[in-house]
Design a binder for this molecule. Structure first.
Ligand code: FES
Ligand SMILES: [Fe+2]
Length: 345
C-alpha cells in the first residue's frame, strides 16, 4: 500500500509532541509554535497553568501569541478580548451587554497540554491509536530520578523533515565524516555486532559496542571512549541513547524532532548523567552536544528531498542498504507498520 504524508500527519496529531522547554515558558510567557502545520499559542498563566490553543483570535484572527497574560486571562492585543486557561472567552470589552451566547461562540479551540521531562507537550487530537490505546509518553526513569543529573539542551530548528532527524540520530556510520571537526575519526568505522530487537508497542532497540573515537578536540575524553550503546525508540519519534562506560558510568540522551511542517522540525533534546559521573560537567556536555547537533542539522538540510520518502525508494530507504543503515531501515519499516495498522486513520 502507498502511504502519504497526510497519513503520517494524521497519525502524529494523536501523539504528544514537545513545543517548548518548560523553563522558556515561565508564568506570564506567551509564545507561538507551529506543530504539524497547526499554528498555536502556548501561554503560562500566573498560577503556572498552561494553555495551548489555535493562535488566531476568534474575533478578527489576530495572533494571540502577541497578546499578554493579565492575572487570570490571556488578552488579545487587537481589541482586548480575554480568554481563560480553559479557552473560555472571559470578556469582550466593546460589548455594552455581553451575553453568555456571544461569549460561548468565542471559545478558543484548545488542545491537551502537559509538562514532563522539562518539556511542554501538546497533543492535537486525543483519539486512540490503532491498538485502541491513547498515546502516552514513554517512561524514562533516569530523567525523573533525583540522583541523576538532568539537563535540557536548547531546541534546534532543522530545515528538514522530522524523519530525516530520526534517521540521523540512528545513523552509526557518519561520525568520521559529518562530525570530523567535533568527534574526529572512529578508531574503527566498521560497526560490529549490531543487535536489533522490536517491541510489542512497535518500538525497536539496538544494542552495539561503540568504538572509541580519535579527536584533537579538547572536549570529551570520557565521552569518546569505547562504550556500549543502546538506542531505544518509541514510535513515532522519541529516541533515547544509553551509553554505558567501562567504569560503570552511564549517560542517557533523548531526541524528539517535533514536526513543524512537512519539511521542517524542531529537535528537543536533553541528557541525564548517572550519579558521580566521572567526566566533563553537564553544562560542558550540553555545549559540546550543541556543536555536534549543528553538524547533524547541516547534514539533514543537505538531503534531497527535505523529508525521507515514506515509501521505499532509491536514495531514501529500503533499496540501497549497508549494514550501518539497518537501524534507520528498522525505523522506517516499523513506522510504516504502525501507520498501516491504522494509527493514521
Ligand atoms: S482580533 Fe482579537 S480581540 Fe479582535
Ligand atoms: Fe550525528
Amino acid at each position: 500500500m502507498t502511504l502519504t504524508e497526510d497519513t503520517v500527519f494524521s497519525a502524529l496529531r494523536r501523539t504528544w509532541q514537545p513545543v517548548a522547554n518548560a523553563p522558556a515558558l515561565p508564568p506570564g510567557a506567551v509564545i507561538n509554535y507551529t506543530l504539524l502545520e497547526t499554528e498555536l499559542v502556548i501561554a503560562r498563566f500566573a498560577n503556572g497553568q498552561l494553555l495551548a490553543a489555535d493562535v488566531a483570535c476568534p474575533h478578527k484572527g489576530a495572533r494571540l501569541s502577541a497578546g499578554c497574560i493579565h492575572d487570570r486571562v490571556l488578552m488579545c492585543p487587537y481589541h482586548g478580548w480575554t480568554f481563560a486557561v480553559d479557552g473560555a472567552c472571559a470578556a469582550i470589552p466593546s460589548l455594552v451587554e455581553p451575553s453568555p451566547e456571544k461569549l460561548a461562540l468565542s471559545h478558543l479551540r484548545t488542545y491537551r497540554v502537559q509538562e514532563r521531562y522539562g518539556f511542554v507537550w501538546v497533543k492535537l487530537e486525543d483519539a486512540p491509536l490503532a491498538n485502541g490505546a491513547k498515546h502516552e509518553l514513554p517512561d524514562v526513569p533516569e530523567f525523573e530520578d533525583a540522583r541523576w543529573t538532568y539537563r535540557l539542551g536548547p531546541p534546534m530548528a532543522f530545515a528538514a523533515g522530522w524523519r530525516r532527524e530520526v534517521e540521523n540520530y540512528l545513523d552509526m556510520t557518519h561520525f568520521a565524516f559529518a562530525h570530523r571537526r567535533t568527534l574526529g575519526l572512529c578508531a574503527d568505522p566498521r560497526i560490529r555486532g549490531m543487535e536489533i530487537t522490536t517491541h510489542a508497542d512497535g518500538g525497536y532497540q539496538m544494542d552495539a559496542p561503540f568504538p572509541a573515537l580519535e579527536t584533537a578536540h579538547e572536549m570529551p575524553g570520557k565521552l569518546q571512549s569505547a562504550h556500549h550503546r543502546r538506542q531505544r525508540s518509541w514510535l513515532p519519534n522519541f529516541t533515547t541513547i544509553r551509553q554505558s562506560f567501562a567504569d560503570g558510568d552511564e549517560r542517557v540522551l533523548v531526541h524528539i524532532p517535533s514536526p513543524n511542517t512537512r519539511e521542517s522540525c524542531t529537535c528537543f533534546w536533553s541528557l541525564a548523567i548517572s550519579p558521580g559521573f566521572c567526566g566533563p560537567p553537564p553544562e560542558a556536555q550540553i555545549e559540546f552536544a550543541v556543536k555536534v547537533l549543528d553538524e547533524d542539522r547541516r547534514m539533514c538540510e543537505l538531503q534531497v528531498p527535505r523529508e525521507v520518502p515514506i515509501n521505499p525508494a532509491r536514495g531514501a530507504w529500503g533499496v540501497l542498504v549497508t549494514p550501518g543503515d539497518t537501524l534507520a531501515n528498522t525505523f522506517q519499516k516499523q513506522l510504516r507498520r504502525w501507520l498501516l495498522a491504522g494509527a493514521g486513520e
